[in-house]
Each structure stands twice: as structure tokens, then as C-alpha cells.
Design a protein around this ligand. Structure first.
Ligand code: C5P
Length: 237
């Protein structure tokens, strides 16, 4: 089974508080986007990757990926959009020559330590006939829906909740249809989707969950970077 991948790396990373765009922030010496690209290629199933980069840092992202050992032959870098959804749409346009039945993985550079078995599990489940697949974990916290005034609206039923990670896997046809249906919302920060499976759901498609992994944690804050750095030493050591 072979897959193509979209690696979203065009975010600014404001919450990380770093001078560099988040994709170029080093994690134990290696930029997040480089680690994330390696996580995909190490799976042995990804034959092509389209990376979305901040337009102003395009050359730096190309340089970081090109300088990385074991660079992917089919790697392309495109300028991202103002929202994650618009960035994925830009990458999808670059994959116009791929067939609708190709397996596509959409992965966030903000999750650089995803284990290869999660990448393979997601892609393998799509290849077995599911159009949309997400890796996810049960949640430890109790989750409450809260109104704008701070008043609790309701408590969600924890056993049924899952925290969703990436890579999310799709048949290319399903992802194209979902993005086409939502294209009017791509540039609106408030309305744009925060994940691609959400677009499939909104278009009436069925999304399936497979087991994720704690190492696929998302790096958003300086604290996350500290935790991920410790994780790298633990994984290597
Ligand atoms: O900020 P957010 O959590 O939505 O970012 C998730 C991923 O999407 C990150 O890897 C980020 O680089 C990417 N992104 C993007 N284009 C944007 C915003 C975010 O590729 N305009």
C-alpha cells in the first residue's frame, strides 16, 4: 500500500512564542517540519509529500527539508493560505494529477513525533475501504461545554469522547469532495475547519477512528516543546 501526504506547516505558531515560524522551530536540534516529514517517510509507505509553508518562509522551509538527510524524492513545498483549511486546499490543488482512489494522509508538522505504526494504521485502514480515518485517544479530563459568559452549558459524556490527532487519512476523492463543499469557508478564520475529517462530517461522510498514540502530541505552547524534547531523549536513550 502506498500513499501521498500533505504536511501542513504554514502556521505562524504565535502561541509557541518563538521568533521563527513554528515549522522551523528546532526540537532537540531538528526543525519540527523536518521531523514530521521523516515521521511520514519512515513509515515506508509515503511516496510523495506536499508541504505547506508560510509564504514568507518558503525558501527557508525548502532549505531545511533539502538539507535533511534522507530527503524525500517526491517532496514539494507550496505557499500555505491564511487558515489551515486554505493551506490543505492549496496542497490538494498540487495533487491534481493523482487519482481519486489514492490514499492521502494529512499530517500537521506540529505533531513531529507520531510513531510510524500510527501512520501505517491510518493509511492501512483507508486502503481497506474506509474513506476517512482519524487516529484518536480517550480523554483523561472531564470536558464541559461553556458559554461565552463562562457559564457551563453541559458536561459531555467522557467515555464517548476522543482527542483526535494526525495524520488523518482519506481517499483523495473523499477529501477533494469535502474541501469543494466547504471551499467558501476556507479563508474565514472563525468558520474554517480545524481538521479535515470535520469537513468530511459536514459533507455527510462517515469518519472512522483508529488508535492514536501519546507520542503524536501536538506542540502548541513552550511547555509542549519542553515535554517533546524530553520525549526525544527518552525515545533515543
Ligand atoms: O494552528 P493550528 O493548530 O490550526 O495548526 C495545525 C497545523 O496546521 C500546523 O502544523 C500548522 O503549521 C498548519 N497550518 C497551516 N496553515 C495555516 C495555519 C496552520 O498549514 N494557515
Amino acid at each position: 500500500m502506498r500513499a501521498v501526504a500533505i504536511l501542513t506547516a504554514a502556521g505562524s505558531g504565535t502561541r509557541l512564542g518563538h521568533a521563527l515560524p513554528k515549522a522551523l522551530v528546532p526540537l532537540a536540534g531538528i526543525p519540527l517540519v523536518v521531523r514530521a516529514a521523516h515521521a511520514l517517510t519512515s513509515s515506508g509507505i509515503v511516496r510523495r509529500i506536499v508541504v505547506t509553508a508560510p509564504p514568507e518562509a518558503l525558501d527557508d522551509v525548502v532549505a531545511a527539508l533539502g538539507a535533511a538527510p534522507g530527503a524525500v524524492p517526491g517532496l514539494e513545498v507550496v505557499p500555505g493560505g491564511t487558515t489551515r483549511q486554505a493551506s490543505v486546499a492549496a496542497a490538494l490543488a498540487r495533487l491534481a494529477d493523482e487519482p481519486d482512489d489514492a490514499v492521502v494522509l494529512v499530517h500537521d508538522a506540529a505533531r513531529p513525533l507520531v510513531p510510524v505504526r500510527v501512520v501505517r494504521r491510518v493509511a492501512g485502514t483507508v486502503a481497506m475501504g474506509r474513506d476517512a480515518v482519524v487516529p484518536a485517544l480517550p480523554v483523561a479530563d472531564t470536558i464541559k461545554q461553556v458559554g461565552p459568559d463562562g457559564a457551563v452549558v453541559r458536561t459531555l459524556e467522557r467515555p464517548a469522547l476522543r482527542a483526535v490527532q494526525t495524520p488523518q487519512g482519506f481517499t483523495l476523492g473523499a477529501l477533494r469532495s469535502a474541501h469543494a463543499a466547504a471551499s467558501h469557508r476556507a479563508d474565514d478564520e472563525a468558520l474554517a475547519a480545524t481538521d479535515d475529517a470535520g469537513l468530511v462530517e459536514a459533507a455527510g461522510g462517515q469518519v472512522w477512528v483508529v488508535e492514536g498514540h501519546e507520542d503524536a502530541m501536538k506542540i502548541t505552547t513552550p511547555r509542549d516543546l519542553v515535554v517533546a524534547t524530553a520525549l526525544v531523549s527518552a525515545l533515543v536513550g
